[in-house]
Write a protein of this length. Structure first.
Lengths: 265, 319, 379
């Protein structure tokens, strides 16, 4: 029985008249790279937001590394060990890249206000440790030279890397990435793929939402496909790619009534 | 026998305080409407609204005093009416100037900026009022014959009745304006989504200006009513009513026009009844000069437990 | 020093020289101003109290981004606490207290400062806990409400039990003394005769410097980063595991602490407190100081406090005579002019220089600026 990092089952979420998620769940094993895909509006980010505590689900069970957790408070979820990035990149724009990552260290460090005021040796030591680790992480994602640059002046691809570095700073058990490759060109995507493979080799489990099918196929060990808030396929990328329901969801059929050329509507 | 009289006394107190509450509440509603409309469209607390009220009351007072000196035979109600009609345009212009000079340039600035500006504007208006009209409390003349109408031990004057009646009429008029006219539709659309409203041909600047103008007129009316009811006017008179009216707007649901009306009436009733009974409620520890606290307490409690207010907030967005 | 003037950092001697210069000026200031009368030295002492207040509010508004319009309430709490513990009021009104403390209520400064800080912090937590989750402008109004509620209570808690003595306030408050060394008497230090007001000035100067150091250390710490993160993007901060509620509460109560200590000092200095000193206008004045000076920037805040504290003194001494000279009588009193200018300043600053007179230099490198700006916080 492999080590299950995240086990989620029976998640339902309704927004007014819209059933955004119906009985969605997944199981991610340690060290896997798990993909969550589906057409636009399928509920992927909603699911992300539920498991990370931004939205309260109507129902569902949640277990992280064997321990049940309740996704009610966003910061507690991070404390428990899920770190996420955002679809629209949410860095701290006026802080430097280094400071952004240092904020990521907050949850694993303990210096108090009193320690800061009195400048105790323990506090100073911890600060030095924070800075050292943050620089290491910047190096790891490849943007060490931008450490002292304002975060919003970084190139788009570098900003995404920074967000990942910041998330890694929280020492997560699960790294949840919401469309990390959005807006990237082919070269940048290759580099991202390399980075994520490194992260995975270094023992961190990854859950990612992605639209780029090629990236998902090449990167993910397992995939869940959502459509209209329901799971329509679960399995290896290869299995899922050949699944008829998945093909229909992505390419049309039930979604549109536009007839193919020459055929009756 | 004593018990029956005591019961009747309690009932009279209740009726008296309820009537007082309605009077107070009507005025709060008028002021609250100004806050709620501006907040609905701009997401801005118009801190200077209470001071517009002050200027309205003081302008009316000056006009009335002038008329009384120049035309001593003019009937009281006409003097009052003229005073009011003089106050309204002054308030409207003042309000439009504030919007244009202090708020419009900051429409896209972080939330803190227009709030600080609003506070600054409020202070400037107060000090200018202090310079123009002096620091002392001025008597507002009794222009409406005040034959009290009695019910048991409870009395109400003509002035107070007029406050209630006039406020009701104005509020009905406003509801008609907002719901049945083109301008009202434009206002509601701009409140929901200014950019789309703009795409539909609504000029947001014009709508915003009209919103401020209407709010200012209501404030002028409320200011005159306050001065006439309590017989006194001074440069700081708008501060507390303004703050309480804001509470009323929040209570009813900020951005919600019927909410402001409801909130105003409720707050007035709570304050009046509270002031009447606080002595008994607290066993004599707190006296009626604590009545101002009611509004603040309600404000705090509503914002903590039900920030969307009674009738729901139009803008749903949390810190 | 080198935090304030990055260019100086390059020369250690320059830093030392500048610091020595500033220190000399600060020490000699009361003697210079004293030539014009003790009122000026009093003004300097009050300016130092305002600096403490402004720095305290800066933690709340500038560091954590929470708009507090009722900050003066903490000043009031500290002031009244000291007043009650170090004046004849309680012993005069409550016989059982008079019996317990036959020599009257007097309290050592070493007790008062921590007590004032603690009480204010407690109030900060009490007031802050329910409301810090509110959106910016709502929080502003609620805190305004709290400030007013406290003032109303101070004004009315003279019946049935006379706790605060109502609008008349509490008088005959003990001055600050260190054992036998009282700041209310002229003392001789190093052979120089220092009148009471000078002594208070130096004491407040020390307190102000301590406050500045504390603020700098907080800003450059894990907590300071958390505050900045919350200001920039609260949701992202939460997603990184920051307990936003507690961190905000910490800012609120730390700010309150400074207010409380300053309040106790004010009480002792003035010898008398009444609810009139703690109105909404005072809260707004402190806010104006940090907005004018440079929100979130410690040197800016200090500058703003000094300007807006000294300015009324200047006005008082010039406005009257100038108007008398020009018009034969005073048209606009100094007090009124002062408030009007405060209001105008707030509007103009927001419109034309929203970051303040002395804003914080940009954090980090911005390549489009073609210069290395500021010092990175962690660098």
């Amino acid at each position: 029985m492999a080590d299950v990092i995240l086990r989620v089952a029976g998640v339902n979420k309704r927004f007014g008249g819209l059933q955004a998620l119906s009985d969605v769940g997944l199981e991610i094993e340690r060290g896997q790279i798990y993909g969550l895909i589906g057409p636009n509006g399928a509920g992927k980010t909603t699911f992300f937001n539920v498991i990370t505590g931004l939205y309260a689900p109507d129902s569902g069970t949640f277990e992280l590394a064997g321990k049940p957790y309740s996704p009610t408070y966003v910061h507690k979820v991070a404390e428990a060990g899920i770190a996420r990035t955002f679809q629209n990149i949410r860095l701290f724009p006026d802080m430097t890249a280094l400071e952004n990552v240092m904020v990521g260290r907050h949850v694993r460090t303990r210096a108090t206000a009193l320690g800061a005021i009195l400048k105790t040796r323990a506090t100073i030591r911890e600060e030095q440790g924070i800075k050292k680790r943050s620089l290491e992480l910047l190096e790891y994602v490849g943007i060490r030279k931008y450490a002292d640059y304002q975060a919003r002046t970084l190139a788009y691809g570098d900003q995404r890397r920074l967000e990942i570095a910041r998330a890694l700073a929280t020492e997560p058990k699960l790294l949840a990435l919401d469309e990390p490759a959005a807006g990237m060109n082919a070269t940048e995507k290759m580099a991202l793929r390399g980075l994520l493979e490194n992260v995975s080799h270094d023992g961190i489990t990854i859950l990612l939402i992605e639209h780029d099918v090629k990236l998902v196929m090449g990167l993910c060990d397992r995939v869940t496909v959502l459509d209209y808030g329901k799971m329509i396929a679960v399995g290896t990328p290869g299995d899922v790619q050949r699944n008829a329901a998945v093909i229909e969801a992505y390419l049309g059929g039930a979604h549109t009534n536009v007839a193919a050329k020459g055929e009756p509507a | 026998m004593r018990g029956l009289n005591a019961a009747r006394g309690r009932m009279d107190t209740f009726i008296q305080q309820t009537l007082n509450g309605l009077v107070l509440g009507s005025m709060y509603s008028l002021i609250a409407l100004g806050y709620t409309m501006v907040y609905g469209i701009l997401n801005l607390i118009n801190f200077a609204h209470g001071d517009v009220l002050t200027v309205g009351a003081l302008t009316a007072l000056s006009t009335i005093l002038f008329l009384q000196a120049a035309f001593p035979d003019m009937p009281g109600w006409l003097v009052m009416l003229t005073g009011l009609l003089a106050a309204i345009p002054v308030c409207v212009v003042l309000s439009l100037v504030i919007e244009r000079v202090a708020y419009r340039p900051l429409r896209n600035a972080p939330r803190l900026a227009p709030l600080i500006t609003a506070i600054g504007v409020s202070i400037v208006i107060q000090t200018v009022a202090m310079l123009v009209w002096g620091r002392s409390y001025m008597t507002f003349p009794q222009l409406i014959p005040d034959a009290p109408v009695t019910y048991g031990e409870a009395t109400i004057t003509l002035t107070k009745l007029m406050v209630i009646g006039l406020s009701a009429a104005v509020m009905i008029g406003l509801m008609l304006l907002v719901n049945r006219t083109r301008l009202g539709r434009a206002m509601r659309a701009t409140a929901e989504n200014p950019r789309v409203a703009g795409l539909m041909g609504v000029n947001p600047n014009f709508v915003i200006a009209m919103t401020f103008a209407i709010g200012a007129s209501l404030a002028a009316l409320a200011g005159v009513m306050l001065a006439a009811t309590y017989g006194v006017a001074h440069f700081y008179m708008g501060f507390l009513p303004g703050l309480k009216a804001f509470t009323a707007a929040v209570l009813g649901g900020i951005g919600n026009i019927p909410g402001a009306m409801l909130g105003g009436l409720l707050l007035g009733l709570i304050e009046a009844l509270g002031a009447g009974y606080i002595g008994q409620l607290t066993g004599g520890v707190l006296g009626s000069h604590y009545q101002d606290i009611f509004a603040f307490l309600i404000l705090v409690l509503v914002l903590i437990f039900r920030p969307s207010g009674l009738l729901g907030e139009r803008v749903a967005d949390r810190a | 020093m080198s935090d304030f003037f990055p260019r100086l950092r390059n020369s250690r001697t320059a830093v030392w020289a500048a610091t020595a210069l500033v220190a000399a000026v600060l020490v000699l200031l009361p003697f210079v101003f004293g030539q014009m009368g003790n009122a000026w030295v009093r003004a300097l002492a009050f300016a130092l109290l305002y600096i403490m207040l402004a720095l305290g509010l800066n933690i709340v508004v500038g560091f954590a981004g929470l708009l507090d319009l009722g900050y003066i309430a903490f000043y009031a709490v500290g002031a009244y606490m000291y007043a009650l513990l170090a004046s004849p009021h309680l012993t005069a009104n409550f016989p059982w207290i008079a019996q317990t403390f036959p020599d009257g209520l007097h309290n050592s400064i070493w007790l008062v400062i921590p007590l004032g800080a603690g009480l204010a912090a407690a109030f900060g937590i009490l007031l802050g806990a329910p409301v810090l989750k509110l959106r910016g402008d709502y929080l502003a109004i609620v805190t305004l409400g709290f400030g007013e509620i406290i003032r109303i209570f101070l004004n009315n808690l003279n019946a049935p039990l006379n706790i605060t003595n109502g609008p008349q306030g509490i008088t005959l408050i003990d001055p600050i003394s260190f054992g036998a060394f009282s700041l209310a008497k002229t003392q001789s230090i190093l052979g120089i005769e220092l009148p009471s007001v000078h002594l208070y000035y130096y004491f407040f100067l020390i307190l102000a410097i301590v406050t500045i150091v504390i603020c700098i250390r907080l800003q450059d710490s894990r907590l300071g980063r958390a505050w900045m993160a919350i200001r920039e993007d609260e949701l992202a901060a939460k997603a990184m595991g920051i307990n936003v509620r507690n961190v905000k509460l910490l800012a609120f109560s730390l700010g309150a602490t400074f207010g409380g200590v300053a309040g106790a000092m004010f009480s002792a200095f003035q010898g008398f407190v009444s609810p009139e000193s703690f109105t909404l206008n005072e809260s707004i004045i402190v806010l104006a100081m940090i907005v004018l000076g440079g929100l979130g920037h410690i040197p800016g805040v200090v500058l703003g406090a000094i300007l807006l504290a000294i300015f009324p003194e200047l006005l008082r001494h010039t406005v009257g005579p100038v108007q008398n000279f020009l018009f034969g009588h005073v048209i606009v009193e100094a007090e009124v002019l002062r408030m009007m200018l405060y209001g105008l300043a707030m509007v103009l600053i927001m419109l034309y220089r929203p970051k303040g007179l002395w804003p914080a230099p940009e954090h980090g490198i911005n390549p489009s600026n073609r210069r290395v700006a500021g010092k990175a916080q962690a660098g």
